[in-house]
Every structure is written in structure tokens, then in C-alpha cells.
Design a protein around this ligand. Structure first.
Ligand SMILES: *[C@@H]1O[C@H](CO)[C@@H](O)[C@H](O)[C@H]1NC(C)=O
Ligand SMILES: *[C@@H]1O[C@H](CO)[C@@H](O)[C@H](O)[C@H]1NC(C)=O
Ligand SMILES: *[C@@H]1O[C@H](CO)[C@@H](O)[C@H](O)[C@H]1NC(C)=O
Ligand SMILES: *[C@@H]1O[C@H](CO)[C@@H](O)[C@H](O)[C@H]1NC(C)=O
Ligand SMILES: *[C@@H]1O[C@H](CO)[C@@H](O)[C@H](O)[C@H]1NC(C)=O
Ligand SMILES: *[C@@H]1O[C@H](CO)[C@@H](O)[C@H](O)[C@H]1NC(C)=O
Ligand SMILES: *[C@@H]1O[C@H](CO)[C@@H](O)[C@H](O)[C@H]1NC(C)=O
Ligand SMILES: *[C@@H]1O[C@H](CO)[C@@H](O)[C@H](O)[C@H]1NC(C)=O
Length: 831
């Protein structure tokens, strides 16, 4: 009996030993040690693993490399991309001719390293860089490159790892390219590839098959000037190396070895930088090429310019007009634009008697320069003269790292950024500049005529509106009392129903695992928000009005009404709703990066918010507010603007959410009173918090507070270490008075590089938090932030400077959406 037990124990131990040796012990494959599905080898530092995997629920098996220590593994390299093994009989081994091969159960070679010279005693090793190398002799002899017969780094898949090379040979034009997967679940070679094109000035390009899909713009010695935000705090930098053998390659390194990240060409052609987010336990993407049509090569055709902030995104450069005006109007921009008036050279060639004056140049700031530049001089002051002297020069630009560049022929793929980029000078006939006076007369006439027509129209419209408004108000109030559902029906009737999907409760219950707590994203003011995944795989956010409270129905209805009427890239999008029994549910698009406060007030995540990103977030919020206050057909006051109501998409673009308290202003109403003051302490303007008066200006106040939070990375409710009696506003004001406003900025921002911008933002933040009469409007805020006004007004003391007593208990810092408070002013106003 005991003997038997001992024997059992022994076999168990020996089996364990064996398993340990087999799975953990090795980082090599040799003539005698192979790996058989599902075996694997792990690099000596434990960072990378080579093994068998199935990318989707199919039985297809591939050999690949992935991060060993990360639960949500993403495959970095695949051996048999186009040839899966259909069962789990695969073996990775060293063949008789010394090559590393993958065989299936029938001993057919599925994949081979395919080194031609026959070698004996070779072995393969997985290194801590993620590289799989085939070397002469046995392991641990890879002291230098000379022993390497083959390496996976020379045969990249879709992932560009640190120290890998994206190379092109100058002489043979032979390229090492990265190719995308066919789809996220199919590693076979997809249609997109990434390569380094040398042209005149090196440029990284993504191809869709053989068509140009995206380009980085020229390399200036430290960045590609057509990508903005290319620098990352974690990157030691990109380098372009011209090695001795006539090969030019691009490579990069991480400054911090512990940072787990790489670059990836996704199957949809987008090039991103995933990084491992420790707390969220998931990969997050930092974008390089953005998922916008402007990033697609030549979207606007020749002489068109793309700007994601305009509608439509394409327009012709000044001095040009659509080549095919009908197609252009239909949004088919492929034909591009043509020059309106011919240049001096053409006039001479055409033999006109008078060639007229010399051409001029139109400056476009923050531009992504067009494709295929020619270099011609290193001296900035020569650019314009040289361009004028060459009839084929259509545009020029200057970069300190490159020199003068010019373009001939069609100018394709110009994009307008809001920051960075280069100054691009477009050559135009002198007549395009000389018509200002005539233009002024035309504009003045148009304005006068327009105003008259407008006044007449307004007159009639208001009459009509008044009659309707009276009717609607009586109906609306009655139904609120009677039945909520009827009212919803009515509101939906008014809203844009075609686009709104009515979901079934059952469907939503399945999508959110029965509204389980694990799926809960946040606790909103009037009910929880859940993450859900529909049966088609689409991720959604589901806000369920809590039944228990019996409260918030009004806000629910309000949100439905407001959000159905607005549509803007910086407002969160509603996908549908569900009204069944006493359930009232709104379905929104899912925002993978949660809300701004989870980033901004988290010491680690904050690192990712460099100044560019912060200023992008500020810009987005401004655009949304401009839309709400001015540009949409309605005028909407949000009333609860705060960091937790700013959601962030995959690329950290902001979207304003939560319209539960928003108010639509009718006609020329521009201020209203309420006895039901709702909002969040610290963000509420004094006239609103105290007297219930709200207007555009009260949103501006909240925006000002938000702006200071974004700059400083501190909560407005946090206590200021330097002086505990001060609020964030008070602290900002104190520093401002001392002339030390830069000290407010988050140390995570490299303030020196962006000194003027940061100062300007603090200034605007303080202007926004003054008393209502002194606050700027949002259009003014935008001009101020963009530096369109040379002299910024100096702010007066903000409305509050002392710390407010915190009125709502706030024990749950981790909950995403801190509830808004609700004060009834009945006692103040009496009733
Ligand atoms: C190995 O390379 C040769 C040419 O170099 C090619 O003809 C052959 O198909 C390759 N074999 C495999 C298994 O990839
Ligand atoms: C290969 O390795 C074996 C055992 O390690 C050794 O006996 C043999 O000489 C080696 N052959 C060559 C060509 O290096
Ligand atoms: C690589 O290592 C081998 C032996 O370890 C040595 O003979 C050779 O000179 C080294 N090559 C380089 C380029 O360092
Ligand atoms: C799994 O991948 C294979 C290709 O490797 C593909 O043919 C198949 O459709 C995929 N299955 C699913 C469910 O995506
Ligand atoms: C890539 O090219 C193919 C074939 O030309 C085309 O069908 C597809 O739409 C293109 N993909 C993108 C994202 O443009
Ligand atoms: C776009 O316009 C061009 C001519 O300007 C035409 O040839 C092409 O068919 C149009 N494409 C579509 C999708 O309408
Ligand atoms: C003008 O530009 C064309 C086209 O790039 C080039 O071939 C030609 O050499 C240039 N001429 C002069 C005088 O620089
Ligand atoms: C390249 O451009 C970037 C951004 O415009 C600039 O900061 C950098 O100094 C330039 N590099 C060189 C070598 O001029």
C-alpha cells in the first residue's frame, strides 16, 4: 500500500519534472529537442513565448510569438501565416539540412526557415527581444550577429517591435515590409503592407495592394512631418540609419525597458501603437495614423485639401475650383480641383502679349505636405526665389531638418492639421491676390441683401414658432403627469426615429450578462451604465434608469430629447433605446477609454496625456460646445460639464456625454431660471449655484474649471498642498498674480516646449471663471485659445477662490461617474 503510494508519488514528481523541463526549461529548439503542439519555448528572461495558437475558434493551428507574461496575448509574429495546420499534430523542429521547419502529422513541411546552405548542428532560440534566431551550433552563442543564419526580425509579420528594422536597400530597392493580417482572426497575408520608400526624402508608406493608402510625410531627421503627435514620452526616439551595406532602415527603442508596447499594422490598414495597460489589464492603442478619411491618400484629389474639422472634409485650395462640380457636390472628390487663373509661365508659353505680374504664394499653416517632394536648397530664404524661377514648381515648403522642398505637377494629399505640420506655400497667379477690393464690395452687397432677407424670414418664422410653442408646452406638461411611455413615444416621434434602434430588453440582458456587476462601467446620477456586447460583436454602453429610485425619469426623457437632435463628432452618439414595462434604457456607442477623469486624475495614466493630447481634448470640447451653443439648429446649455462627463474614444478624442440636465433654449431666450439647481459642486457657476440662473455663460464657467483641471491634472475638489485653504481656482489665481502661472501645469507636461500655449490656456481658464458678465463666450474662447487675438485680456479674480465645503459624500473615487447633486432652491426663491 505505502509502496504503491510512493511509486505514485514518484511518477507524479517525475512527470512534473519532465513537464517543467519541457515547458519552462527551454528557450531553444535543437536537433534533439523539438516542440510539439501544444508545447512552447520561452525566452530566458520570460518575456516572449513561441508556441502554437488558434486565432479564432477554429481548429486551425499556427506557430507564433507573443508576450509571455500578458494574459490578453496578441500575436506578434506568425510562421505559417498562409498555411494553417488543420489539427494539433504540428511539430516545430530542426530538419536534417539544419533549417527550422514546421511539420504536420503527415510529416509534410508546412513552413521552413528555408536557408539555402546546408548546415549541421544548428539550433533555434527565442530571445528576450522577441526575435527567433536560427544559429550555428548550440544555444547561448548569439554573442553577435555573425552566427545568425536566419531571424524572424528579418521576416516580420504585422508587428514592428523595438530594435526591428523597416529597411530598404538603396541599390536593389529590396524591402523588408510588414504585412497586415487578412482579418483580426485570420493571420494570412492581408492586403495592407508598410514599407519605407526612399524617393527623394525617406517616407513610410502603407499600401493597399499596390495602391498608396497612407503616407507619413518626409523624414526630417527626427520625425515624419506628416504625422502629428509622433513623439511619445516612452520612446527614446525613431532613428533612420544608413548602414554600410547600402541599406537604409527605420528603427526605434523604448526609453523605459519595462514599457510593453509595439507598433502594429492592423488588418484595416491603420498603423497603431498598442501598449499594455497594467491597471485595465488590457491593450490600449495610441494612434499613429488616424481612422479618418483625411488619412487616406488622395481623398480630396489633386489640389484638394482635407480637414477633419470642416464639413465636408474636402475643399479646393484657394485659387482652385472643382474639376467636376457635380461629382464634387455629391462628395466624390476624386477628380480634385483645377487652377482658376493661369500662372505667369503658362501665360508666357501661351504667347500672350502681356505676361503680367509675377506669381504669388498662398501660405497654408500646419499642413501635411503633398506627396513626393523634390529637394533643392538648404537655405530657407532661397526657397521662394528658386520656386519662382522654375516653371514646374507648384508649391514649396521649408523644414529645418530637410531644407527647401518643392513639388511639381499635381499636389496630392494635402491635409490641414490643427497643430504641428509644416508651412506650405502654394503658387498662385497674382490675380488671386489682387482682387481684395472688388471682393469687399461684393461681400458688403451680399451682406446687406442677406440681412434684409433674414429679417423678413425671422419675422414670419417667429410668428409661426410662437403659435406652435404654446401648443407644445401644454401638451408636454400634461403627458408628463399622465404617462411616461406616451411621452416617450411622442418625443421619439419628434426625434430622428429612422436612425434610432429600438432594442429588446432580452437582447440587452444578454449583451450585458443580465446587467451583471462585472459589466458595470459607472454609476451615473440616475442609474448604472453597463458595458455590453451585442450578438454581432458590437460593443455598446447601456444606461439603465434605476427603477428603485423612481427619480430621474425627467432626466431620461430630457436626454432622449436632446441627444436625438444633436449630432457631432465630439458628442457621444446614441444608438437606440429600450422601453419595456417599467424599464427605460438608453444605448450609446461604447467608449473604450472611459471618461477624462479616469485618465487625468490617475498618476499613471496621466503620463499618456502629453500636451498635444490635452490640447486635442480641449479643442474637441470647445468644438462640441460651439456646436451646442451656436451651430446646431437649437441652442443647448449642457449644465453639467465636468471631467467625468467627457468620454474618450480609442484615440483619446473627447466626446461630451450625459444630457440629462441639458436645456434647449427656444428662439432668442438666452438665460433661464430654475428652482431645481442640478450640477456638480466646483463646476457650477456662482450665479447658477446660488440663484439658479443659467445660460451659455454658466457652461463657460464649467469649461473654465475643466480647462484648469486638464492643465494641472488636479481635481477642482482636491486640496492644494501648497495652501490648503485655496481651491484650484484660487490656487491658479494666486500663481497668476505672482506671474508664475506655468507652475500650475502638470509636471507631466513638458512645459518648456509649449510655454505660450500653456500660459494662454491658464489665461483663458481664468477668464472663463470670472463673474458672468466678464466671461467670454465659446466662440471667443476658441479664438483666444487659437491665439487669434494677439493681446489676451487679463482675467479678474475668479468667482470662487476658497475651497468649497464638499457637499456630497464621495467615498468611491474609483466609480467612474460621480453623481451630480441636486439642490432645490425653493427655500431661496420661496414658493
Ligand atoms: C525556399 O526557397 C526557394 C527559393 O529560394 C523556393 O523556391 C522554395 O519554394 C522555398 N521553400 C519553402 C518551403 O518556402
Ligand atoms: C555536431 O554535434 C555533435 C554532438 O554535439 C558533435 O559530435 C559533432 O561533431 C558536431 N558536428 C559538427 C559538424 O560540428
Ligand atoms: C562574433 O563572434 C565570433 C566568435 O564569438 C568572433 O570570431 C567574431 O569576430 C565576432 N564578430 C563580430 C562582428 O564581432
Ligand atoms: C478562422 O481563420 C480562418 C483562416 O485561418 C478563416 O478561414 C475562418 O473563416 C476563421 N473563422 C472565424 C470564425 O473567423
Ligand atoms: C483596398 O483595396 C481593395 C481592392 O482595391 C478595395 O476593395 C478595398 O476597399 C481597399 N480598402 C480600403 C480600406 O480602402
Ligand atoms: C467620381 O467622379 C469621377 C469623375 O469625376 C467618375 O469617373 C467616377 O465614376 C465617380 N465615382 C463615383 C463613385 O461616382
Ligand atoms: C525645374 O523642375 C523640374 C522638375 O522637377 C526639374 O526637372 C528641372 O531640373 C528644374 N529646373 C531648374 C532650372 O531647376
Ligand atoms: C523635425 O520636425 C520637428 C517638428 O516639426 C522639430 O521639432 C524638429 O526639430 C525637426 N528636426 C530637425 C532635425 O530639424
Amino acid at each position: 500500500m505505502t509502496l504503491l503510494r510512493k511509486a505514485n508519488l514518484f511518477t507524479l514528481v517525475s512527470m512534473l519534472c519532465c513537464a517543467l523541463k519541457f515547458c519552462v526549461g527551454g528557450d531553444v529548439i535543437t536537433a534533439t529537442e523539438h516542440i510539439q503542439d501544444p508545447g512552447s519555448i520561452v525566452s530566458s528572461g520570460g518575456l516572449y513565448k513561441l508556441g502554437f495558437f488558434s486565432p479564432n475558434s477554429s481548429a486551425n493551428r499556427y506557430v507564433g510569438i507573443w508576450h509571455n507574461k500578458i494574459p490578453a496575448y496578441s500575436v506578434l509574429w506568425v510562421a505559417n501565416r498562409d498555411k494553417p495546420i488543420l489539427d494539433s499534430t504540428g511539430v516545430m523542429m530542426i530538419s536534417d539540412d539544419g533549417n527550422l521547419v514546421l511539420m504536420n502529422g503527415k510529416k509534410e513541411v508546412i513552413w521552413s526557415s528555408n536557408v539555402s546552405t546546408s548546415i549541421t548542428n544548428s539550433s533555434a532560440q527565442i530571445l528576450d527581444s522577441g526575435n527567433l534566431v536560427l544559429i550555428k551550433g548550440s544555444s547561448s552563442s548569439v554573442a553577435n550577429d555573425s552566427g545568425i543564419l536566419w531571424q524572424s526580425f528579418d521576416h516580420g509579420s504585422d508587428s514592428f517591435l523595438s530594435t526591428m528594422k523597416l529597411s530598404t536597400s538603396v541599390r536593389t530597392n529590396e524591402k523588408h515590409v510588414f504585412t497586415s493580417w487578412e482579418s483580426p482572426s485570420d493571420p494570412s497575408i492581408g492586403s495592407f503592407s508598410l514599407s519605407l520608400e526612399l524617393l527623394n526624402i525617406p517616407e513610410v508608406v502603407i499600401w493597399n495592394g499596390s495602391t498608396l493608402y497612407w503616407r507619413s510625410g518626409p523624414w526630417n531627421g527626427s520625425v515624419f512631418i506628416g504625422i502629428y503627435n509622433m513623439r511619445s514620452v516612452y520612446l527614446d526616439g525613431w532613428t533612420l540609419v544608413n548602414d554600410k551595406e547600402g541599406t537604409i532602415y527605420l528603427t526605434y527603442n523604448f526609453a523605459e525597458a519595462s514599457y510593453i508596447s509595439y507598433f502594429l499594422l492592423k488588418s484595416n490598414g491603420i498603423f497603431v501603437q498598442p501598449y499594455w495597460h497594467e491597471e485595465q489589464n488590457d491593450w490600449q492603442n495610441v494612434w499613429l495614423t488616424r481612422d479618418s478619411l483625411c488619412d487616406v491618400y488622395g481623398t480630396c484629389g489633386p489640389f484638394g485639401i482635407c480637414d477633419t474639422n470642416t464639413v465636408p472634409i474636402c475643399s479646393c485650395l484657394r485659387g482652385f475650383e472643382p474639376k467636376n462640380i457635380e461629382e464634387w457636390g455629391r462628395g466624390n472628390w476624386s477628380a480634385g480641383c483645377v487652377r482658376r487663373s493661369s500662372l505667369q509661365c503658362e501665360r508666357i508659353i501661351n504667347g500672350r502679349t502681356k505676361a503680367g505680374k509675377e506669381d504669388g504664394f498662398l501660405k497654408i499653416e500646419n499642413a501635411k505636405v503633398p506627396y513626393y517632394a523634390v529637394l533643392f536648397s538648404p537655405l530657407e530664404d532661397q526657397c521662394q526665389k528658386l520656386c519662382l524661377n522654375n516653371c514646374s514648381c507648384a508649391a514649396y515648403a521649408y523644414d529645418a531638418g530637410i531644407g527647401c522642398m518643392y513639388w511639381s505637377g499635381d499636389l496630392i494629399d494635402i491635409q490641414k492639421f490643427s497643430i504641428e505640420g509644416a508651412d506650405l506655400y502654394i503658387r498662385l497667379a497674382h490675380t488671386e491676390f489682387g482682387e481684395k477690393r472688388d471682393l469687399r464690395v461684393i461681400i458688403a452687397t451680399a451682406v446687406i441683401v442677406g440681412t434684409i432677407v433674414f429679417i423678413v424670414l425671422c419675422f414670419f418664422w417667429r410668428k409661426l414658432k410662437k403659435r406652435r410653442a404654446v401648443r407644445r408646452r401644454t401638451e408636454g406638461e400634461a403627458s408628463l403627469e399622465v404617462s411616461g411611455e406616451n411621452m416617450l413615444g411622442e418625443k421619439l416621434g419628434k426625434a430622428n426615429v429612422q436612425e434610432l434602434v429600438l432594442y429588446k430588453l432580452e437582447e440587452l440582458a444578454t449583451a450585458t450578462s443580465n446587467f451583471s456587476d462585472t459589466n458595470r462601467l459607472a454609476q451615473g446620477g440616475f442609474g448604472p451604465v453597463y458595458k455590453g456586447r451585442l450578438s454581432n460583436g458590437k460593443e455598446i454602453a447601456v444606461k439603465r434608469l434605476s427603477k428603485a429610485s423612481g427619480q430621474g425619469f425627467r432626466e431620461f426623457m430630457n436626454e432622449m430629447e436632446v441627444i436625438c437632435k444633436v449630432q457631432h463628432q465630439n458628442l457621444v452618439k446614441i444608438l437606440g433605446c429600450c422601453v419595456e414595462g417599467d424599464e427605460n434604457i438608453i444605448i450609446y456607442e461604447f467608449m473604450p477609454n472611459k471618461s477624462l477623469d479616469t485618465f487625468l486624475f490617475d498618476p499613471l495614466k496621466r503620463e499618456h496625456l502629453d500636451w498635444r493630447r490635452r490640447s486635442n481634448i480641449i479643442d474637441g470640447i470647445c468644438r462640441a460646445l460651439l456646436y451646442l451653443h451656436r451651430d446646431s439648429r437649437l441652442r443647448i446649455i449642457h449644465r453639467d460639464l465636468k471631467a467625468s462627463n467627457i468620454l474618450l474614444d480609442e484615440e483619446l478624442n473627447p466626446k461630451i456625454s450625459d444630457f440629462g440636465m441639458a436645456r434647449i433654449f427656444e428662439g432668442n431666450e438666452d438665460q433661464a431660471n430654475t428652482r431645481r439647481v442640478m450640477g456638480t459642486y466646483g463646476y457650477m457657476a456662482p450665479e447658477y449655484a446660488m440663484e439658479g440662473r443659467f445660460s451659455e455663460k454658466s457652461d463657460v464657467f464649467s469649461f473654465g474649471v475643466l480647462l484648469l483641471e486638464i492643465i494641472s491634472g488636479r481635481r477642482n475638489t482636491s486640496s492644494i498642498e501648497e495652501d490648503r485653504s485655496l481651491s484650484l481656482l484660487g490656487f491658479a489665481w494666486k500663481l497668476w498674480k505672482e506671474g508664475n502661472a506655468l507652475a500650475l501645469a502638470d509636471p507631466k507636461i513638458s512645459v518648456r516646449r509649449f510655454e505660450t500655449e500653456v500660459l494662454r490656456c491658464v489665461n483663458v481658464g481664468l477668464l472663463c471663471t470670472q463673474l458672468a458678465k466678464d466671461r467670454p463666450t465659446i466662440p471667443t474662447v476658441i479664438s483666444l485659445l487659437h491665439g487669434e487675438m494677439v493681446d489676451l485680456p487679463s482675467p479678474n479674480q475668479p468667482a470662487y477662490t476658497e475651497r468649497q465645503p464638499i457637499q456630497h459624500t464621495d467615498g468611491s473615487e474609483q466609480s467612474q461617474n460621480r453623481g451630480s447633486i441636486n439642490v432645490t432652491l425653493a427655500s431661496i426663491e420661496g414658493r
